[in-house]
Design a protein around this ligand. Structure first.
Ligand code: SF4
Length: 236
C-alpha cells in the first residue's frame, strides 16, 4: 500500500523537532530545516545543503515539499493592489490579495475553498463550500508572496480572503503559529488579523489560545434585524 506523505508545511517546529529526535537527529536540525523552508524558501530537500545526504533522503521519503498553489490569473490595480487567482492541486481555486502601501505590505489570505456562510454582500460563498485549506495551503500563499514582493517585506497578514477562517480552526491555528514563529515566517502576532463573520464559540476558543493576534468582526448591520438578513450566521 502506498504511504500518503505529509506536506512538511503541515508540521509545527515542535512536531518537526520531535520527528527528527525520534530519527536520532539533534533539535538543531529542525532549526536548519525551518530556515531552508521559511527564510531561504527552497522548494526541495535536495537544496538543503547543510544537511547530510542521508537526512535529506530520509526527509524526502517521509514528507512532501510541493507547490501547493499555481497562479492562474493576476490582476493589478492602479494603486498596486494585486489579486492572485490560485489553483490548488485538486483544481479548487482561491484568491490571495497583496496590498502594498508606502508603510506596509499586507497580504490577504484565503482559508477555505468556497464558503458556507452565505453573507449577502460576498461573492466567496456563491458556489458553496468546497473544503478547508490545509495548513500547508494556507502557508503556501504566504511563502509564494514572500518571494513575489522581492526587496520588500511582508509586514501584515489578514485572514480576509475566501472562506471563514474560524470555520477551519485547527489548520488556521497551526498556520498562525508558523507565521508568528521566529523560526518560521516571523511576523509579529499583532500584525496578524483574523476576520470573522462572528462564530461565537470559536471566538471564545480563540481567546483561550494566548495569542496576541488581532480579531476583526464583520458587522455590516447596525442591529440584529439587518444583520440577520445580510449575514445569516448572525441568527446563531
Ligand atoms: S463568512 Fe466571509 S467569506 Fe464567507 S460569505 Fe461571509 S464574508 Fe464571505
Amino acid at each position: 500500500m502506498t504511504k500518503i506523505k505529509r506536506d512538511i508545511l503541515d508540521l509545527s517546529y515542535e512536531e518537526l523537532a520531535a520527528y527528527l529526535k525520534s530519527a536520532g537527529e539533534t533539535r538543531f536540525r529542525a532549526s536548519q530545516v525551518f530556515e531552508w523552508i521559511y527564510q531561504k524558501q527552497v522548494r526541495s530537500f535536495d537544496e538543503m545543503s547543510n544537511l547530510s545526504s542521508g537526512l535529506r533522503a530520509q526527509l524526502s521519503r517521509q514528507f512532501t515539499m510541493v507547490n501547493n498553489v499555481e497562479t492562474r490569473q493576476c490582476l493589478v490595480s492602479t494603486d498596486g493592489t494585486t489579486k492572485f487567482l490560485f489553483t490548488l492541486a485538486d483544481g479548487e481555486e482561491i484568491e490571495t490579495v497583496l496590498i502594498p502601501t508606502a508603510a506596509r505590505v499586507t497580504l490577504c489570505v484565503s482559508t477555505q475553498a468556497g464558503c458556507k456562510f452565505g453573507c449577502r454582500f460576498c461573492a466567496s460563498g456563491i458556489g458553496g463550500w468546497k473544503r478547508n485549506l490545509s495548513c500547508a495551503e494556507i502557508l503556501s500563499q504566504i511563502l509564494y508572496m514572500k518571494k513575489a514582493v522581492g526587496d520588500r517585506r511582508l509586514s501584515h497578514i489578514v485572514f480576509m480572503g475566501v472562506g471563514e477562517p474560524l470555520d477551519n480552526y485547527d489548520n488556521l491555528m497551526m498556520a498562525i503559529r508558523n507565521i508568528n514563529s521566529p523560526k518560521g515566517v516571523n511576523i509579529a502576532a499583532r500584525r496578524i488579523t483574523i476576520s470573522t463573520c462572528g462564530l461565537v464559540g470559536k471566538i471564545e476558543k480563540l481567546a483561550r489560545e494566548g495569542l496576541q493576534i488581532e480579531l476583526a468582526v464583520s458587522l455590516h448591520g447596525a442591529n440584529d434585524a439587518s444583520r440577520n438578513v445580510l449575514m445569516p450566521a448572525n441568527k446563531k
